[in-house]
Design a protein around this ligand. Structure first.
Ligand SMILES: Nc1nc2c(ncn2[C@@H]2O[C@H](COP(=O)(O)OP(=O)(O)OP(=O)(O)O)[C@@H](O)[C@H]2O)c(=O)[nH]1
Length: 405
């Protein structure tokens, strides 16, 4: 039996099984089996045909990918908000073509990709589905483009398809640490109360993966799906904006209702409605930060900012210095900052200072002693030594003379 049939069989069994306390161990095991088979499908074959590793070339400061059902208006949106690259730059996924565009926003270049066909067979590893998924996984943000008339059903379907290939939208990575041991069995420990899983269930899942000795530390009330995700380890947690297009075809009340939901943006490509807000939201969700640099005694260079990512710990002077030049960090002495992150202006700061968007920085290097200065220092010290010796000799002679007298 092929992997696809096995997956189908498990899915059918899961649909048949009632969800209750008695069946939850069995359902957990089925979920683990399903995850294993899906990973098998998506893992690259060891000796695939030539060109299998093919990827869309990254461009700009960030990558955003659009997914959606046919005819929701992805191509129209792409041509409306980007400078679309020539058709020659289109990427072929056998029957699918991906045309990249570039959004120029806030002095930043953002690559926008239309990933058609992510739904068609991608999760089954059919065609070049694997490559499409690889591109989606390498994105910094997903735009799920939906038709405002049939949105909810499409949204659920797409989210499910992405879940199947290990892409988790708008979710935080569960705080679970798995340590594989040599002995001691499977131990579940937690820093909070676990209401949704128990040790027996977790042991079952681990034995399905043939892991018999491990410590699982949970720092939050996790589910069995989170445990499976942390064993699989290949999940991508990515931000997603739900872009509802064609709002010109629905009533204002409906538009209002959709727009109030979190992560939703309503637009109309035909009437060019709300593009500014969409771009603003894209920028916000990418977590990009613009830092302007300044030379001593000169105004800041406002034309060409450093574009940094606002990571988990914020964006620091260190990341800015490293982006200017890798070796600059060795010579870094301190920096001065103007802008939202500075308590007063300018503020003298070190490498760990956290920067805000549109801050201006000036970097000071450690004072370097040139070789010439070093040599003259050497000379000075040598002459100094000579002088001291001479002085001591003179004093000795003087004393000897005094004694004679
Ligand atoms: N009413 C309305 N129609 C729109 C809007 N945007 C796009 N359309 C129409 O929707 C149809 C599909 O648009 P496309 O941009 O080709 O859609 P797509 O998602 O790229 O479709 P595929 O290329 O098949 O994946 C076209 O007839 C567009 O004119 C909109 O804002 N309002």
């Amino acid at each position: 039996m092929g992997v696809l049939e096995k997956i189908k069989e498990i899915e059918e069994e899961m649909a048949r099984t009632q969800k209750n306390k008695a069946t939850e161990y069995h359902l957990g095991l089925l979920k683990a089996k399903l995850a294993k088979y899906r990973t098998q499908l998506l893992e690259p074959a060891s000796k695939g045909p030539k060109g299998e590793g093919f990827e869309v070339q990254k461009f700009g400061n960030a990558r955003v990918c659009m997914i959606g059902f046919p005819s929701v208006g992805k191509s129209t949106l792409l041509s409306s908000i980007t400078e679309t690259e020539s058709l020659a730059a289109a990427y072929e996924f056998t029957t699918l073509t991906c045309i990249p565009g570039v959004i120029n926003y806030n002095d930043t270049k953002i690559q926008l990709l239309d990933l058609p066909g992510i739904i068609e067979g991608a999760a089954d590893g059919r065609g070049r589905g694997r490559q499409v998924i690889a591109v989606a996984k390498a994105s910094d943000l997903v735009l799920m483009v939906l038709d405002a008339q049939k949105s909810e059903e499409h949204k659920a379907k797409l989210t499910y398809e992405l879940e199947k290939v290990g892409i988790r939208l708008n979710q935080e990575r569960p705080d679970i640490t798995v340590t594989i041991n040599k002995t001691g069995g499977v131990k579940l420990i937690s820093t909070c109360q676990l209401t949704r899983i128990d040790e027996k269930q977790v042991k079952n899942i681990f034995s399905e993966y043939k892991i018999h000795n491990a410590t699982i530390l949970c720092r939050q009330d996790v589910t069995i799906d989170d445990i499976i995700d942390s064993i699989e380890g290949n999940r991508k947690y990515v931000r997603c904006l739900y872009v509802y297009n064609k709002i010109d075809t629905i009533s204002i009340e409906e538009v209002d209702m959709i727009a109030r939901q979190p992560n939703n943006v309503v637009i109309s490509c035909h009437q060019k409605l709300n593009f500014d807000y969409l771009l603003e939201k894209i920028w916000e969700n990418l977590g990009l930060v613009r830092i302007y640099t300044k030379r001593k005694g000169q105004p800041p260079d406002l034309g060409d900012p450093l574009i940094l990512t606002h990571g988990r710990n914020g964006c620091t002077i260190k990341s800015a210095v490293e982006q200017i030049h890798r070796d600059l960090i060795k010579d870094f002495a301190h920096a001065t900052v103007w802008g939202k992150s500075a308590k007063f202006m300018p503020q003298k700061v070190g490498l760990n200072h956290i920067l805000c968007d549109e801050d201006v920085i000036q970097i000071y290097k450690k004072a370097k002693t040139s070789t010439k200065a070093k040599e003259s220092n050497k000379l000075v010290s040598i002459t100094e030594k000579k002088d001291v010796k001479k002085e001591a000799k003179d004093m000795k002679d003087q004393k000897a003379k005094d004694k004679k007298k």
